[in-house]
Structure formats: C-alpha cells, structure tokens
Design a protein around this ligand. Structure first.
Ligand code: ADP
Length: 879
C-alpha cells in the first residue's frame, strides 16, 4: 500500500475519459493514441526509476453540454482546446472538459506490445493511484500534457489533528462497521477466508474509504465527487453511504434469488406431496386418479410380473415417456409399446388342473362324433403330458379338408388340459413381420401375430392353434416359415424375439397345435417338427350322425330355438347332405342347417303376433284413451306380460305344435337342389366325356374331362386352368391313344393318323379352379378313346390313376377322399390303380359296400371297365 509520497510540482498528465482513478486503486490500461504512447515512452518507459504521472478525468463534450460540471476549468480549457485541435490534427473544434483534480499514479508494471507493420507501438501499463492533487496549470509538452500541481494529501500533523476530532472518530467507526459488514457478507457469499478483514486493521481509514469505493460500480459523477472529497470527514461520510448502498443492493439481490429459489422448491415440494398422495391412495385402494394416464400405466406395468431384465428395460422406456409431453411425437408409440409390455402375460398362467384322462376322453367323445383313431391319438398325447408335464413332445398337426373338425379338436385339447385357447390364423401370411412384428422404427409398426395372440389370451400357457400352416408363403419380405421354425423349436422358443417387442419372450409354456389342408406345401423342416394327424372327409352317414347329434342341437341353441319348436327329421338332413352339400367336412352342412333355423326363427317371430291373449293379459285405460274413446274412436291397447317376449321365442310358442321341416320347406329356404344323382348321367350324354376323381385342398372331388374334335391341323388344345403336370398327362394320353389307334380300332388301316385334318380340344370344367397332378392320366385316355370311338363312357363309373407312356397304371394319393367323393356323387363303380388296393383299408366299410371297386394294372384294364360292354376294340372284334 502506498505511503504518502513526495510529488514533483509538475506531472505529465494522462487524460481519463469519463473515468476516475482513486488513490489505492490499481488499474490496467492500454495506451494506443500517439500522445499517450509518447507520454508513456518518455515519462515511464525510458526512465530508469519508475516515474509518476498524473491521471486527470476528462468529461465527454456531449455529457458536459448536458450537465455542466462546476469543476471544469474553463479558462484553461479554452487554451487547451485550441491545443487539442492541433494534437488531434482535426479541424473541428473539440472542447475538452478537464477536471481540476486528479490522482498521481505510479506504474507498477509496463509492457510494450508488438510493433505493427505501420510502425505503431502500444503499451500496457498497470497503474496504482497514490494521492490527490489539484491542477494549477495545464500546458503541453510535445504531444502530451503536463500540469503544475498541488498535492492534496494530508501531512502527518494534519492527520494527528483530525484523529482527535470526535466527529471523525465516530465517522470512521461507522465506516469501519459498515465495511466490516460488507466484507462478511461478501466472504459468506464467495467463501473467501478472512483476508480482506486484515485490510481493515492495517490500512488507515481514509485510504480504506478510497479503496472500497474504487471497487464499486458507481457513476462517473459519484466517482468525481469522491475524488473531490478532499476533506476526510466528507470522504468518510460519502464512502459510508456508498458502502451502505452497496450492501443494500447485495441484500436485495440475495432476497430475489432466495425468492426464486423458494419458488423452485415450492414446485418440488408439490411434486413430492403429489407422490405421497398417490402412494397413500394406492395403499387405501382408492385409485380414482384414472385420468393420470402414465400413473395407471405404471401400475399396470408393476402388476405385469415382468422378468427383472425386461422390467429394467420397461422402466427405462417409462422414464423416457414421463419426460415427454403427450403432444410430442413418439409419446403415443411409446405409450402403446409400454401398454403391450404391461398387457403381455409374463407370468400369468391358467392353472393346469390334474389331468383326468377319462374325463378328457368323455369330453372329446361328447364333442366329436367318430374320429376314433384321432381321438385315441389325442388321448395318448394328453397321457404323455400327464406323466411328464414339461415333456416337449412333437407338435400335433391336424391335416384335412375344411370343416372336418381340426379347430374344434384343438379347442377340445385346451379344455381337457384346463388351458385357454387362442387361434392364430396364418392363411395368406407371406411377410415374416406378420409372425415376428415390425421394428418400432417403422411407422405403424405392430407386434407379430403370436405376441398379439398372447396379449389377447392373457395367459402365458395357452393352447395356441397355428391355423392353416400350409398357407404361409415366402416372398421378398422374408420367410414366415423360418420364423415359425423358431417358434416350434423347444430349444429356441424360450427366447422368442419379436422385432416390435425387442425383448425376448418365453414361448416354451405354450402348447402349439397346427392345422393344414394339405401336407405338401408345408416346408419339410417345419413338417419335421410336427406330428401329422390326417383327418379325412366324412361319409354321408357320418355327416348325418354329426348333424343329428351335434350340429342341429347347437344350431337350434344359437337361434334361440329347441326341439319343441323346430324338428329336422333325419330324412331331411340326408337330403341336405345329398342335394345341397358336396364337401368333405360338415361346414356347409352346418351353414345350411343354420339357414333352416333362421327361417324357422322368422316364422316364430311372425306367429308371435298371432299369439292368443292369455288370461293374464291386462287391458289398460288411460285418461287419454278414455277421451279418445269418448270421441267414438275404436282404440284398444294390450300389454303382453313379461314372460312373453322376443328373446324367448320358444317359450312363447310352447303352446303351438313344433315346426317340422319338409322337402317343400327345404326348397323354399335353400333353393332348388344344387346336386342330384342324375347329374353324371346328364353330363355324359355324348361320347368324349369321362369322369375322374381328383384330390384338392377341399378333399376328394369328381372331375369331368371333356374332349372334342374339329377341323384343324392336328393341334391339341387344353383349357381349364391346368398346371404343367396335367398338361403333360394330356400329351401322354394323346400319344398313347394315337400309338394304339389301329389296335383300338379307332382308325382304319389306311387312315392311321387320328389327327389328320382335325384338332383336338380337351377341357376340364370348373375352369376357375386351378388343377394339376398326374392322377387324371387314365381319365384323359378314356375321354379320348370315347371321342374317337364315338362310344359313351358308363355314367356310373369314375376313375383315377397316373398312366405311363407305355400304358401302365401307377398308384395315386388321396384314395380315401376320392372314393368318398365318388360315393357322395352317387357313383357306383370306381376304377383305381391296382397298387392302391391297400389304401382302401381307410375307407369306411359302409361306403365300400355301396361301391364296386375295379382295379387296373394296365390302361387296357381301365378301358375295359369304362365302357358299357367292355373296350371298343373288343366290340369291333366281336363284330
Ligand atoms: P376345420 O378346422 O377342420 O376347418 P372346424 O373344427 O371348424 O373345422 O369344424 C367345423 C364345424 O364342424 C365345427 O362346428 C365342428 O364342431 C363341427 N364338426 C366337425 N367335425 C365334427 C365331429 N366329428 N363331430 C362333431 N362336430 C364336428
């Protein structure tokens, strides 16, 4: 700290624009103007011992004009002003308003900046204010000013005298107290250890006043007035005032921050309270805050029983959701995702009761007629599960035409096991994402069908039916079958990965059952994981039994009817089977029966109007009615008692006799018969037509083959949506017939070319249905032989079999279904390849006994049986 200094009478002056340097203050300035650079160079830089300079405040002219300061030395200013013109090298007169008091300063540090290419240099000077002086006279020295000065510092004796002054003592005490307070406030805020307090004890109070004030941000006017306070008492008073003001402003600022902080913590407090309130409500079971969507979701998630790793994942996602606004994109998808996680049955399982095989068998028997072998196999399957509940036996796959009871058998398995049942339809699934879901990055992404099914069923151990597993196909969007492989593989399905779900799900508790119409389209690896149980179609007798025992009671029940009202006699059911349905299963039969029940229900509704009033029907009279009656109007109102209403139709009609379905009603409801036994005879009215038996996804079917000849160049035309194999069969048939034309007496010896001058057209009717397979070989030959020989094929005979180029008849598949179809069609004779004899064991004996089965080894055997009176060539030979 500067002690009192001996000032020279003349000091070089550095003007300070709108600023004041107070004694005790330290400042750092950069000198760039030529005059100040010159001053620094000459007065400080080039001197050996550090020199002193005077700092004199200068007021801006604009400011001076508005607030003229009494301290401005006008007379000298005039003189300096003109000087300054020269100094600035400007033509415009610029008035410089010098203050008449300044502070002598000592350079504590000097540094010279790098010389610019223009040759200009700059200086950085650190100055310490030492003591006040007043300016006597201002003159120029070269490019800068000098001033003759009088120091304003007190001498030692002056000081001693002042210190005796009680007013000064009081003021200095007051100031010190104030300063002390300020220091403690600042120290508290900035956590500086008591260094500043040391100042208070060591530095004389009048200097302290300057030092304190120098550190405040105060206006130029206030700085000037501080500089002008030469009198110690005035200076202390002013400084006390400024310290006090500073203290006040710190306090106000503090209060404001406290207030803001207080507000912040208020919202935090509110949050906490709300949380507590929620917890209390939860404890009380008082969950009326349903509107709080996220809270509900969280509760649901907690109750879902997720495994720990999934719970962690879900919580992460929930935290993300909580930070989002409901309007924000992504909020919804996140919510839907968490909803799914919460809805999935992670642990919830239907309790598997002790399996009672006898009860299961009874249940299967009561639900399904026939199917003895299949039911037996199901019981075996259940028995294995009973002995070893976690046995990972093969997946059962029911294969058969529609409506043969595949789905209902699977559902019976679920009932027998006491588990829930869920059906996943795979028909037409070509996209792997249908099984595995889409990743959540896709817009509109969804979980796959399996996860969706599990969400629907709500337990983790249902019986899951993978329906129509043969109808999945693969294309560019991946292979659903490979995803299914993972599902059915006990090693892999513990951690089934749905792309949408993105966390593994354990499918190992699910019992899978599959259905398919045909085995062939099922990819072999998938088939390898399943045990195929074939359900062939039903015979008409079986259908009749199913209808009488199961379908009719169920249909009546579904329509609110019973036997007291509607009776469908057996004969009528037979007619429905023969004339209105021609299918392997019983689905259409059930539909037709339902149509009859609907029609009956309408009749009931109609009859209801005609119900005679029973004795408890009341008549009512109201004032309104009375007045109307008084007018002579003939109004009557009835109230029908509660027991009689539309919902209980059969009740209402107990009094009437049951409606018995007859042929007339059948025709009225179902329309004219769709099929009849005479159909084959009608269709085979001309030569060139034969009857084949084919096998489709819907079971066995009767397929006509028509051939005709016309003028042409020997071409063969084929129509009727045919696949490559069947087209080749047609070529083979044609070749075989042509090769044996003479032998078969189809052509004379001279005219050996059957196709001479004519084209042949072969058509397979029902052109909308795609057909393929080799089993039409014998039928094609028969049609061609019939055409060329102009002899009709027997109307009661149908055939099936593949034929080689040399005329051998090869065995074909689906014999049981084909024979059943023939039987149903009213066909009496069936020609089969000899090697299919073993397959006849599957055909119910009732059907076999009503048919004549003819076995063929060679094509000639077929022809022999197909024509009335044997093969055409024999006829010829007889002649
Ligand atoms: P699929 O799944 O093979 O297409 P469903 O299982 O849906 O056939 O069966 C169609 C309808 O026929 C169902 O109402 C079913 O109960 C009934 N059904 C099929 N077979 C029998 C049967 N053997 N006994 C009783 N009802 C049957």
């Amino acid at each position: 700290m500067a002690e009192s200094v001996d000032l020279p009478i003349r000091l070089a002056i550095l003007p300070f624009r709108n600023k004041v340097l107070l004694p005790g203050a330290i400042i750092r300035i950069r000198c760039t103007s030529p005059s100040s650079v010159k001053l620094v160079e000459q007065e400080l830089w080039q001197r050996e011992e550090k020199g002193l300079i005077g700092i004199l405040p200068v007021r801006d002219s604009a400011e001076a004009a508005s607030t003229p300061s009494p301290g401005v030395q006008t007379s000298k200013n005039q003189e300096e002003t003109s000087d300054s013109h020269k100094l600035n090298g400007k033509n415009q007169p610029e008035v410089i308003h010098w203050h008449n008091r300044g502070v002598a300063a000592r350079a504590l540090h000097l540094s010279r900046g790098v010389e610019k290419p223009s040759g200009r240099v700059t200086y950085i000077v650190v100055l310490e204010g030492l003591c006040r002086f007043s300016v006597q006279e201002l003159t120029t020295r070269g490019t800068y000013y000098t001033a003759r000065i009088i120091p304003l510092d007190m001498t030692k004796s002056d000081m001693d005298q002042v210190e005796q002054d009680p007013e000064f003592v009081m003021l200095s005490r007051q100031f010190k107290a104030m300063a002390m307070e300020l220091i403690s406030v600042l120290e508290q805020k900035q956590k500086t250890g008591g260094r500043t307090k040391v100042l208070l004890e060591t530095v004389p109070v009048h200097k302290l006043a300057d030092i304190f004030v120098a550190s405040f941000e105060i206006s130029f006017e206030e700085q000037l007035s501080m500089l002008d306070s030469v009198d110690l008492k005035v200076r202390l008073l002013k400084a006390t005032e400024l310290v006090d003001r500073h203290l006040q402003s710190i306090r106000v600022a503090e209060k404001i921050t406290q207030k803001v902080e207080g507000q912040l913590s208020k919202s935090q407090k509110e949050f906490l309270l709300r949380q507590q309130m929620r917890a209390i409500k939860e404890e009380l079971g008082d969950n009326d805050d349903e509107d709080d969507d996220v809270a509900t979701l969280e509760r649901k998630m907690k109750a879902a029983g997720m495994p720990p790793n999934i719970w962690k994942h879900a919580q992460r996602e929930l935290r993300r959701l909580k930070k989002m606004q409901p309007q924000q994109p992504g909020y919804n998808s996140s919510h839907v995702y968490l909803d799914l996680l919460a809805d999935l049955p992670w642990q919830k399982a239907s309790e598997e009761h002790e399996l009672d095989l006898k009860a299961a068998k009874d249940h299967l028997d009561s639900d399904h007629y026939g199917l003895v072998k299949i039911k037996h196999r199901i019981i075996e399957y259940l028995a294995v599960r009973k002995l070893k509940p976690d046995a990972r036996g093969p997946v059962l796959c029911f294969v058969g035409p529609p409506g043969v009871g595949k789905t209902s058998l699977a559902s019976s398995i679920a009932t027998a096991l006491g588990r829930k049942f869920v059906r996943i339809s795979l028909g037409g699934v070509k996209d792997e994402a249908d099984i595995r879901g889409h990743r959540r990055t896709y817009i509109g992404s969804m979980p796959g069908r399996l996860i969706d099914g599990l969400k629907r069923v709500g337990v983790c151990n249902p019986v899951m039916l993978l329906d129509e597993i043969d109808k999945t196909g693969s294309d560019v969007r991946g292979d659903p079958a490979s995803a299914l492989l993972e599902v059915l593989d006990p090693e892999q399905n513990k951690t089934f990965n749905d792309h949408y779900l993105n966390v593994p799900y354990d499918l190992s508790k699910v019992i899978f059952v599959a259905t398919a119409n045909r085995v062939q389209p099922v990819p072999p690896p998938l088939l390898d994981r399943m045990e195929v149980i074939e359900l062939p179609g039903y015979t008409p007798e079986e259908k009749l039994n199913i209808a009488m025992r199961h379908l009719i009671p169920r249909v009546l029940d579904q329509h609110g009817l019973n036997f007291d009202f509607l009776q469908i006699p057996e004969a009528m059911v037979k007619l429905v089977i023969q004339r209105y349905t021609r299918e392997a299963g019983v689905r259409n039969l059930e539909r037709n029966l339902a149509a009859i029940a609907r029609a009956a229900a309408v009749r009931v509704a109609e009859r209801e109007h005609a119900i005679p009033l029973s004795k408890d029907v009341q008549q009512i009279a109201s004032p309104l009615l009375e007045s109307r009656l008084a007018d002579g109007a003939d109004v009557e109102m009835e109230i029908i008692p509660m027991g009689v209403n539309n919902h209980d139709i059969s009740q209402a009609l107990r009094i009437t006799s049951p409606l018995v379905v007859d042929e007339a009603m059948l025709e009225k409801v179902l329309g004219p018969p769709r099929y009849d036994d005479r159909e084959t005879a009608d269709r085979i009215a001309t030569p060139g037509i034969s009857v084949g038996l084919v096998w489709t996804a819907f079971g066995g079917e009767v397929q006509f083959v028509e051939a005709t000849a016309m003028v042409g160049k020997g071409d063969l035309h084929l129509t009727g949506q045919l696949g490559d194999v069947i087209k080749e069969s047609a070529q083979i048939a044609m070749t075989w017939v042509r090769a044996r034309a003479t032998q078969l007496k189809l052509a004379t010896a001279e005219e050996t070319n059957l196709l001479e001058g004519r084209d042949i057209h072969i058509h397979f009717p029902a052109g909308a249905i795609p057909k393929d397979g080799p089993s039409a070989g014998v039928t094609l030959v028969t049609a061609l032989v019939s055409l060329f020989s102009q002899r009709k094929v027997r109307t009661d005979t149908a055939m099936t079999g593949e034929m080689t180029l040399r005329g051998s008849v090869l065995p074909v598949g689906g014999i049981k279904d084909k024979v059943l179809a023939a039987h149903q069609y009213g066909i009496k004779r069936v020609i089969l390849p000899e090697r299919n004899l073993k397959d006849l064991a599957e055909v119910p004996s009732a059907v076999l006994s009503s048919l004549e089965i003819l076995l063929a080894k060679q094509m000639e055997d077929v022809l022999e049986q197909a024509f009335e009176g044997g093969c055409p060539w024999r006829q010829h030979s007889k002649l």
